[in-house]
Structures are given as C-alpha cells and as structure tokens.
Ligand binder design. Structure first.
Ligand code: ACO
Length: 433
C-alpha cells in the first residue's frame, strides 16, 4: 500500500498481477482499503478470522481510538456525556445523531414514558422457566417475544413510523422487563411503572421497591445508574453490535435483532465478563486474597484462567470507560457507606498486573467490566443481573447501529470462506465402508 498522502489507491499484487483498490478515509483520518470489488477483479477473498482487521461498515455513530483511549459518540466525548447528560439524552443522541433541545427532549421523554407497560400476558412466559434460570436467557426470550405482541414491527422496511414506534417501545419497556426479571427471580409481586418518574428513577423504583413498604429513591443510586448506563450505551462494531447489524441485514424485525445482540453480549468474553469479574474477585478473596497467585495463573498458557475484566480487542491503552467507573466506584461506595473488601482486591490486582511485563507487553488494561460489578453489587443487584444491566445500557447503541444499517439499505451480511475440507469424494454405501 502506498502512503496515504501520495495516493488514494492501495496496490495489491497477486501472482504477478497488480490490482488497484480505492482507499477510504474516515473523518478522523482512519484508512480503509475498499475491497468490495476484490473478488470480481482478482478471484481472491480476504481472510481475517475474528475480524481483527476488517471494517464491516462506515459509521457516523461512535469513534474510538484504542491506542489513545478515546471514545466519542456523535463527536461528544464519553467523559462529557457521563458527567453532564442523562441516559435518555444519550439515547436520543445515538439514535438521532444530535443532542436534543429542551422541546425535543421533553417530547422524547414523554413518548418513552407513555410506552412503559408490558402486556400482562408476558408474565405467562415466566411460568415455563425453571426457578433459577439465568436472567440473560430470559431476557433474550422476552425481548424476542415482543415481536409477537407487536406484529406491526415484523417488516422493518415497511413503514418508518412503525419502526420509530418499535424503537420507543423497546427503550420504554426494557427497564420494565429487567425489573420484572428481578422481581420474578425473588417471587415478589411486580411493581408497575410510574410514569411520573424519570427513566432511571422509574427503573430503580420498579426494581427495589417492595409492595409492602415505602421506597425512597436514593439520588446516589440515580446518579450511579445513569452514569453506568451512559458508559455502556454504545461501542461501535463490537461482537453484539455486529450481531445486531448482521441479523438485521436479513430484514429480521428489530426485536429479534436486539434479542440476538443480547445473546452475543451474554458470553464471558463480552458483556458476561462483568459477572465473571465479581466471581473471580470473590474466589480470590475466599482463597486468602493472594493476588499474585492469580496473576501467575493468568500468565500461565497451560492454565485456562484469564483475568476477567482485563484486556480488550481495540483498547491498547486504558479503557476510558473503566477510568470513569473506577473513580465513580470510590465515590459511590463512599456515599453509600459501603466497604467492600473485593474493591481492594480489584485495585491490588490492577496495580500488580499493570506493573507486570506480561500485561504491559500485551497492552492489557482493565476494561469497562472490571469495576462496574462492584457498583452494581453495592446497589443490591444480584451478580446474575449484571450483564442484564449492561444490555439495558447498550440498547440505544444497538438500535442506532441497526438503524444506520437499515437506513443505508446495506446488503445482507454474508462473509466468504476459504474451504479447507475434503475435495470431491465418491459416496460409498454403508455395507462397503
Ligand atoms: N488475561 C490474561 N491474558 C490475556 C487476557 C486476560 N484477560 N486478555 C488477553 N490476554 C493475552 C492473550 O492470552 C494473548 O496472549 P499471547 O499473545 O501470548 O497469545 C494476548 O493477551 C492477546 O489476547 P487475545 O485473546 O488474542 O486478544 P483478543 O483481542 O482476541 O481478546 C478479549 C480480547 C476477549 C477481551 C480478551 O482480552 C479477554 O478474554 N479478556 C477477558 C474477558 C473480558 O474481560 N471481556 C470483556 C471485554 S470488554 C467488553 O466486551 C464489554
């Protein structure tokens, strides 16, 4: 490839023949090689297992520079948004591309408040699940089931107003569904939405209020939850966002796409890490708190143990979200008067890892999941709910990614492969094998 300043084309030589491929520049000067004509020109395809070097789309939603530790949504830094915005404001920004003015925000907020109830029949679904089944599995099923309750969503290319209604329904009903999961897990009666409350307060009320008692919404909880939701709101083409886009590219309905995104998020290498971090920190505590022993395990290639909440596909510098959460973690625990010994273990683990050549050479830093669970735990969420809370925050990002794919009418996602199996073989009847 020639230097970007000299050429707008990359040159590729295959078996002695040279081909030119256009370069694409992003607004932050990122360079992509447009290989959309590669196969028709050359007969070759690219191979990039895990898509480590593949740009699946151009996008104007989120910018991330993993080397510098920068994250911006629609041009606004994550630090500014986490400090100054509400989660609903960030959701509006991601989905509509601009910050709302006061009137737009009030309209948006009202539209969300007016869609918070879920169909009573949804509760029947819970009867089929064995007690103790994981809430992430339940969440995928409940979100997918919304397509049965709202058949007007089934064709996402039919009517744009239908789709806007589907988006509002999803954002409005997700907290209700998440709170239902908490209540049903405990066998407690549901708390219905209160449309006089803001988005985060309503969620906390449905989750923590007990029908037999008054519940006062703690502003510290509201601030913490708001910040955590914002910090999870989008992260460009990660595993779950790419899943949402690829499922949507077959023109599946939005509920099905989000359900698929939740399934992708569940894995411990992605959003499921927040549950695994707390389980790891607990295990270290139970084992006497010897952090060095676990650092050695993480470095041992014969040991499957990995430091959960550490490392990231794109951040090769401190994850800016982790920096904000780490600070909030201290603040919130102080304000709540909670002393959690696993916070000290987490800090010691981080300090030891960041001074260790293995982690330094591989540029492994704490990611968004490393400290978030400690806050969720201090607020009273059970560990199985942590990834569900991640999904609640990520919802507007998934929607924005899906919408961008839909509005650009992107073709169905269908990667190629290089076949390495058996070549043509003659079938041999069973009695002759
Ligand atoms: N502990 C120990 N070693 C690690 C860790 C870790 N957490 N993460 C990466 N490494 C090592 C790998 O063993 C590898 O070493 P090698 O070069 O000697 O083989 C090197 O660092 C590169 O790691 P890869 O797995 O190749 O990096 P990849 O980009 O594929 O994986 C991932 C990124 C999945 C996040 C990985 O760092 C990991 O498993 N972390 C723990 C799980 C986690 O916290 N996931 C949440 C990510 S944030 C999010 O999704 C919201």
């Amino acid at each position: 490839m020639e230097s970007a300043s000299k050429s707008d084309k990359a040159r590729l030589e295959i078996n002695g023949k040279t081909y030119e491929l256009p370069l694409i520049y992003g607004t932050e000067n990122e360079i992509g090689i447009d290989i959309s004509t590669l196969r028709s020109q050359t007969g070759a395809v690219t191979v990039d297992i895990g898509y480590k070097n593949t740009g699946s789309t151009t996008s104007s939603i989120t910018y991330l520079d993993g080397e510098k530790g920068i994250l911006r949504h629609r041009g606004y830094s994550i630090e500014d948004l986490a400090e100054n915005a509400t989660f609903l404001e960030v959701a509006y920004l991601l989905i509509n591309g601009k910050l709302p003015n006061a009137q737009e925000y009030s309209d948006w907020d009202n539209q969300i408040r007016n869609h918070t109830l879920v169909n009573e029949d949804m509760q029947n679904i819970f009867k089929a699940w064995p007690t103790g089944s994981h809430p992430m599995g339940q969440l995928t099923a409940l979100i997918s089931s919304l397509s049965s309750f709202y058949p007007d969503s089934l064709d996402p290319y039919r009517d744009v107003d239908d789709q806007h209604r589907t988006i509002r329904r999803l954002i409005a009903k997700m907290p209700t569904i998440v709170a239902m999961l908490m209540k049903k897990a405990k066998g407690h009666p549901l708390i219905y939405p209160s449309n006089n409350l803001d988005y985060v307060s309503n969620f906390l009320n449905m989750t923590f209020k007990n029908v037999t008692e008054d519940y006062e919404i703690d502003p510290v909880f509201v601030e913490a939850m708001n910040k955590l939701l914002i910090l999870h709101a989008d992260h460009e083409q990660n595993c779950s966002a790419s899943t949402v886009r690829i499922v949507g590219s077959s023109h599946s309905n939005l509920y099905a796409c989000i359900s698929a995104g939740i399934a992708a998020l569940w894995g411990p290498l992605h959003g499921g890490a927040n549950q695994k971090v707390i389980e790891m920190l607990e295990a270290i505590k139970e084992d006497g708190g010897d952090v060095t022993k676990y650092i050695l395990k993480a470095k041992d290639k014969d040991d499957p143990f990995r430091l959960m909440g550490f490392g990231h596909r794109v951040y090769k510098n401190y994850d800016p979200r982790a920096r904000i959460i780490k600070k909030s973690c201290d603040d919130i625990l102080n304000k709540l008067g909670v002393q959690d010994p696993i916070l000290n273990i987490a800090k010691e683990l981080e300090e030891t890892a960041l001074a260790d050549d293995y982690f330094v050479e591989r540029k492994l830093f704490p990611n968004v999941d490393f400290y978030s669970g400690i806050i969720y735990r201090a607020m009273g969420f059970p560990v199985e709910m942590f990834t569900v809370l991640f999904a609640l925050g990520r919802l507007p990002g998934w929607i924005a990614q899906w919408q961008e794919m839909r509005d650009e009418n992107q073709p169905i996602g269908r990667p190629r492969q290089i076949y390495v199996g058996e070549v043509n073989r003659e079938f041999v009847p069973m009695q002759n094998r």
